[in-house]
Ligand binder design. Structure first.
Ligand code: ZN
Ligand code: ZN
Ligand code: ZN
Ligand code: ZN
Ligand code: ZN
Ligand code: ZN
Length: 378
C-alpha cells in the first residue's frame, strides 16, 4: 500500500534527528515543533529552512509568539507513529515475558518483544498461535505502525473500538458506556477509519490530478518558450532577407545613378572632342596655306607670283578660318536621377510596410491558456 519510508525521511533537516512532533509547513515540508520554534526565534520573517516558503500562509501579525504560530500548524500524526515504531524497533529491550534475555522478536498483534524461546512458546499457545511474530531486525517501522492496535485514549491497555467525534478520541467499550455516554457523535472505530481512508483516496486523486495538470501546464510553457525561440529565428531571417533585398535595390540605384551621370558627361566630352578635332583640321589647313603664302612672299618669282596670288586668294577665301564652333551643351541628368530615386524610395517604403505585416506574432492566446490552466486546477 504505502511506499516504504526511508530512514532519512524520518529525519528533521534542522536537528537531523528523527522527528519529534512533526509539524507540516504550508509548503508541505516537515520539521520538529521545537525546531520550527527556535528557527523562527532565531530570525524574524524566517521562511521554511528548506525552501524559504513562508511558515505562516498569511503572515499578518508578525508579533505573534512563535510557539502559538507553530502549534496552529497541523501535526503529521502518521509520521509520528512511524518514528515511534522505528524507535521501538531500534531500542534494545529485554524479553517482556521472561525479562531475562534480549528481545529479538516482536508480536505484531500483542506488540510484545520476546526472546527466541518465549517467541516459540507464544507461537504454540492457543490464544496467540495465530499471531504474526516478526524478527525485530527485519520488520519495517511502517509495517509495525500499520499493525499497531488502536488503544483507548484513557486506558492505554484497552483496545479502542469506538471514536468519539465530540472529544476527537479513540475509546474503549467501557469508556463509551461511561465517560462518553452523553456524547452525541460516537461512531465505530472501523467506520471512522473507513471514512478516513475514503478521504485519503479522494485527496490522493485530487493531488494526482493537480500534479498532472501542473506538469502539463509546465510542458505547455516549455513548448511556448520554444515557439517563441523559433518565431524569433524566423523573424530574424525575414529581417535579414528583406534588408538584403533593400540593400541590393539601393546598390542598383547607386549603379544606375552613376551610369546616368557618367553617360551625360561622356556625351558632353565626346561633343567637345568632335569640336576640337574640327578646329584642329581647320588649323592644319590654315598652317599649310600660311606656308604657301609665306614662301611666295619670300621667293617672289615673276610672273608666277601673279598667278599664285590669284589662286591662293581664291583658296583662302574658300577656307573656314573661324575659331567659333559650339559644342553640344552638357545635359544635366538631375531630373532623371530624381525620378529614378523617387521610384526606389517608393518601392522601399512599400517593402518596409509589407515587411512589418509579415513579422510573425509570438503569442496571441497566452491569457486564454493561463486562465484555462487555472480553471483546471480548481
Ligand atoms: Zn528537528
Ligand atoms: Zn518548505
Ligand atoms: Zn523470554
Ligand atoms: Zn501475540
Ligand atoms: Zn477506555
Ligand atoms: Zn466523548
Amino acid at each position: 500500500m504505502a511506499a516504504v519510508v526511508q530512514a532519512h525521511e524520518r529525519e528533521c533537516a534542522v536537528c537531523t534527528n528523527d522527528f519529534t512532533t512533526p509539524k507540516i509547513l504550508p509548503c508541505g515540508h516537515l520539521f520538529c515543533r521545537e525546531c520550527v520554534i527556535s528557527w523562527m526565534d532565531s530570525k524574524s520573517d524566517a521562511g521554511c529552512p528548506l525552501c524559504t516558503c513562508p511558515i505562516v500562509e498569511h503572515q499578518g501579525n508578525s508579533s505573534q509568539i512563535a510557539a502559538d504560530v507553530v502549534d496552529a500548524l497541523p501535526t503529521d500524526s502518521v509520521m509520528e507513529v512511524i518514528v515511534e515504531s522505528a524507535s521501538l524497533l531500534v531500542m534494545v529491550d529485554l524479553c517482556t515475558v521472561c525479562e531475562d534475555l534480549t528481545a529479538e522478536y516482536i508480536c505484531m498483534h500483542c506488540f510484545e518483544k520476546m526472546c527466541p524461546s518465549c517467541m516459540k512458546i507464544h507461537k504454540k499457545m492457543v490464544v496467540s498461535r495465530s499471531h504474526d511474530v516478526e524478527s525485530v531486525s527485519t520488520v519495517t517501522p511502517e509495517r509495525l505502525a500499520a499493525s499497531r492496535p488502536a488503544l483507548c485514549a484513557d486506558h492505554v491497555t484497552e483496545k479502542a473500538d469506538f471514536f468519539c467525534v465530540d472529544h476527537n478520541l479513540a475509546i474503549c467499550t467501557q469508556c463509551f458506556s461511561n465517560k462518553h455516554r452523553t456524547c452525541l457523535d460516537v461512531k465505530s472505530l472501523d467506520e471512522k477509519i473507513q471514512s478516513a481512508e475514503d478521504a485519503f483516496g479522494s485527496l490522493r486523486e485530487k493531488m494526482l490530478t493537480a500534479e498532472d495538470n501542473l506538469k502539463k501546464a509546465i510542458v505547455n510553457l516549455n513548448a511556448r518558450v520554444q515557439t517563441a525561440d523559433v518565431t524569433q529565428q524566423q523573424n530574424m531571417a525575414l529581417v535579414d532577407k528583406t534588408c538584403d533585398r533593400l540593400q541590393s535595390m539601393v546598390d542598383e540605384c547607386r549603379r544606375q545613378v552613376k551610369k546616368l551621370i557618367s553617360d551625360s558627361v561622356s556625351k558632353f566630352k565626346k561633343s567637345l572632342c568632335d569640336v576640337k578635332s574640327e578646329l584642329e583640321k581647320r588649323l592644319g589647313k590654315v598652317t599649310s596655306h600660311k606656308h604657301l603664302v609665306t614662301r611666295a612672299t619670300a621667293v617672289r618669282p615673276r610672273p608666277a607670283l601673279i598667278h599664285a596670288a590669284q589662286t591662293l586668294t581664291d583658296r583662302v577665301n574658300s577656307l573656314d578660318l573661324s575659331d567659333e564652333l559650339e559644342a553640344e551643351p552638357w545635359v544635366n541628368p538631375s531630373s532623371e536621377i530624381t525620378r529614378y530615386c523617387d521610384d526606389v524610395v517608393k518601392v522601399i517604403g512599400e517593402e518596409l510596410k509589407s515587411f512589418k505585416l509579415q513579422l510573425l506574432v509570438v503569442e496571441v492566446s497566452s491569457l486564454f491558456n493561463l486562465s484555462h490552466v487555472q480553471h483546471d486546477l480548481i
